[in-house]
Design a protein around this ligand. Structure first.
Ligand code: UD1
Ligand code: UDP
Length: 365
């Protein structure tokens, strides 16, 4: 059996690399890795961390790329690859434009698509944009669904997908998390933050670029100014639009450090040493509950209700006032903090990749 794994951005890589390592253990499976290169440095960082090399790299990334640019370059680039390799299945992940375009191309070639992290929904096409469309579109054309939770499976069933093609596997990011966090981890930025209430920040969502992101950063600056015990570390996304806004609001304060993106092993350890996390990221909402760290989600919607139900995630929107108030509440109110900081792992037992590979073997051999 031949499987082609396609991914292109940092979070897809973080969640597909554990699966690739598992696929490589099985000699009966020939695995081809195609990266679209929707991300460049941030993708290379993950591949290096996992020691994985791609067979093909479409190198589509351009500065300030548009969605049409990404989609069309991938569609054209992957066309001849699928023709040449003729895999039995194309495995895509989640909700990026890479996943959508690669899934669509496989569908055009009438090659079965396996969707890893299937069934997540906000039911709002504008939030996250364009990810809600991407994941729904991939789920329309997929043949096998690897849902992280039973909620995601139920969602797919309610949309008419075949029950016997939907499997609850947990999320593959938890597989990685088992090995990344170390009690004795050290880093000079964490040394700098020792003794403070460390807030770890990430922000990059397309729909937040502009006023919502200005609100976020201005609220964070205010929190730091008004709370002398607080320090902020922000491993900033490579997107120049994000960097422009951050440089306006978050520079010139000696308790805020903007640093380059961390490798995933470092980042998981940074989560583990933080007091709380402020983010608009998707993946971090899955990781932080496993480490018992409160996450304030600077978005209006989430496709990860399991974390909200578990009590470790709170949706706080993107207004300056609310971000400021909710962050201060967690800094001052120890009871509220305690309630949010229970380690709880709704996203599986760390064996998602093994389960997916076993299912593939059962299906194809
Ligand atoms: C993409 C995904 C989003 C995911 C995010 C993870 C889509 C539409 N968006 O959004 O779902 O949450 O990745 O981070 O699929 N850049 C670099 N180097 C890199 C990566 C990005 O320079 O390694 C810069 C480029 O100028 C690029 C810009 O960032 O044009 C934006 O990248 P893009 O992939 O279009 O959007 P993201 O916001 O990263
Ligand atoms: N991450 C990382 N380095 C960083 C920031 C985040 O490795 O500097 C990891 C994080 O642990 C998570 C993933 O990147 O696994 C989330 O990616 P991102 O926020 O870019 O995308 P999203 O999950 O929102 O699609």
């Amino acid at each position: 059996m031949k499987a082609m794994v396609v991914f292109g951005t940092r979070p897809e890589a973080i969640k597909m690399c554990p699966l690739i390592l598992e696929l490589h253990k099985h000699r009966k499976i020939e695995t081809k890795i195609c990266v679209t290169g929707q991300h460049k440095e941030m993708l290379a960082q993950v591949m290096e961390a996992f020691g994985i090399k791609a067979d093909y790299n479409l190198s589509v990334m351009r500065d300030k790329q548009t969605l049409s640019m990404i989609t069309s370059s991938i569609l054209v680039g992957i066309d001849e690859l699928l023709e040449k390799e003729k895999p039995d299945i194309v495995l895509v992940h989640g909700d990026t434009t890479t996943s959508f375009a690669a899934g669509l191309s496989a569908f055009y070639h009438q090659i079965p698509v396996g969707h890893v992290e299937a069934g997540l929904r906000t039911h709002n096409m504008q939030s996250p944009f364009p990810e809600e469309f991407n994941r729904q579109a991939v789920d329309i054309l997929s043949d096998l669904y690897f849902a992280p939770t039973s909620k995601a499976r139920e969602q797919l069933i309610s949309e008419g997908r075949l029950e016997n093609r939907i499997f609850v596997t947990g999320n593959t990011v938890i597989d990685a998390l088992k090995t990344t966090v170390r009690a004795d981890y050290e880093n000079e930025h964490l040394k700098w933050a020792e003794g403070s209430q460390l807030i770890l920040v990430t922000a990059h969502r397309r729909e937040n670029i502009g006023i919502p992101m200005e609100n976020m950063f201005s609220a964070i600056r205010q929190v730091v100014i008004n709370n002398l015990d607080v320090k902020v570390i922000y491993p900033i996304h490579k997107n120049p639009k994000v960097r422009e806004i951050a440089s306006k609001y978050l520079t010139g304060c000696d308790r805020i450090r903007i640093i380059e993106p961390l490798d995933v092993f470092d980042f998981h350890n940074f989560i583990n040493k933080s007091y709380l996390i402020l983010t608009d990221s998707g993946g971090i909402q899955e990781e932080a509950p496993s480490l018992g760290k409160p996450v304030l989600v600077m978005r209006d919607t989430t496709e990860r209700p399991e974390g909200v139900e578990a009590g470790t995630l709170k949706l706080i929107g993107t207004s300056r006032e609310n971000i400021y108030l909710e962050t201060c509440k967690l800094l001052y109110d120890k009871e509220v903090y305690k309630l949010m900081s229970h380690a709880n792992n709704p996203y599986g037992d760390g064996h998602a990749s093994e389960k997916i590979v076993k299912l593939l073997i059962e299906y194809f051999m």
